[in-house]
Design a protein around this ligand. Structure first.
Ligand code: NAP
Length: 282
């Protein structure tokens, strides 16, 4: 294997230790950082994600409240829950676990979250702030990717970064963060022509597609940093978007799945919650 492995587990652990100190300082100043998570229904993956978030909060010294609503919950009941959390001054961060059951209007609910408590960074106000280079909440996964690049001293400025995927949660904010870090950024998607030709130009290649083994060795420039955001379940195993074995022979750096980007997402959620609490405590 030629590529250096980017160890998200270790980076996230060290990052969370620093966050715990920030949480402790807040508590000592009389502010208990508090994240409220709204979970609707019984989606098994969502249950696991919420439990992981809850445990991470507890470990870091952040108060965590999970509000569980029935699968059959109405739009009005969900909106009322969010409004209550908006008004609750003890709550600094609000997260509505996605996906919501199909009968609920996700976009409407996300719009309702107070942008200053929107620790997932999905509110249009925060997307706008990111676009304009203003301070706001940035979605946790792309933020985590930037932290990994920083942790491994991977240069971004002046480099060509190619992002595959243009979702509001990963691809677009990722492209924006790389642009703010002075990379030259190309965003690819399902209508991109000659994809491999473009990805082969990337010094930094971020895959956020949602297809197992999508990025093959011939799509990667020798020595490139390849960041695999994908989480795909294949035969009961979690794998990324990158053909790990083959790409590890070509890339300079590579994130494993699991143990890469996923580890950073929760760390960034905690960081966003502390940012919210610190702003509030001032
Ligand atoms: P998404 O909303 O489904 O977006 C996928 C993107 O991939 C779309 O922009 C799509 O293009 C593009 N795409 C699909 N097929 C393609 C193809 N053949 N060629 C080029 N582009 C193609 O997914 P997402 O929410 O961004 O998530 C992406 C992956 O990251 C998923 O596996 C998800 O589970 C994972 N994820 C991981 C974390 C983490 O913590 N590690 C967090 C969030 C998401 P179009 O726009 O043209 O359709």
């Amino acid at each position: 294997m030629a590529a250096k492995l980017i160890d998200g587990r270790t980076v996230a652990k060290e990052y969370k230790e620093k966050l715990a100190l920030r949480a402790q300082a807040l508590v000592e100043s009389g502010v208990t950082p508090h994240l409220a998570v709204v979970l609707v229904g019984e989606n098994p993956a969502s249950q696991v994600y919420v439990r992981n978030k809850e445990n991470a909060c507890i470990k870091a010294g952040i108060r965590s409240t999970v509000i569980r609503l029935e699968e059959s919950c109405t739009q009005a009941a969900l909106e009322e829950t969010v409004e209550k959390l908006n008004a609750d001054q003890s709550v600094h961060g609000i997260l509505v676990q996605l996906p919501l059951p199909r009968h609920l209007d996700e976009a409407r609910v996300l719009r309702l979250i107070d942008p200053d408590k929107d620790v997932d960074g999905f509110h249009a106000m925060n997307s706008g702030r990111l676009m304009n280079g203003q301070k706001g909440f940035v979605p946790c996964t792309p933020l985590g990717v930037m932290e990994l690049l920083r942790a491994y001293d991977i240069p971004v400025e002046g480099r060509h970064a190619v992002v595959i995927g243009r979702s509001n949660i990963v691809g677009k904010p990722q492209a924006m963060l790389l642009l703010h870090a002075n990379a030259t950024v190309t965003v690819c998607h399902s209508r991109t022509q000659n994809l491999a030709e473009i990805t082969r130009q990337a010094d930094i290649l971020v895959a956020a597609v949602g297809r197992a083994g999508f990025v093959t060795a011939d799509m990667v420039k020798p020595g490139a940093a390849v960041i695999d955001v994908g989480i795909n379940r294949v035969d009961g195993k979690i794998v990324g978007d990158v053909d790990f074995e083959a790409v590890s022979e070509v890339a300079g750096y590579l994130t494993p799945v699991p143990g890469g980007v996923g580890q950073m997402t929760i760390a960034m959620l905690l960081a966003n919650t502390l940012d919210a609490a610190e702003r509030c405590g001032r």
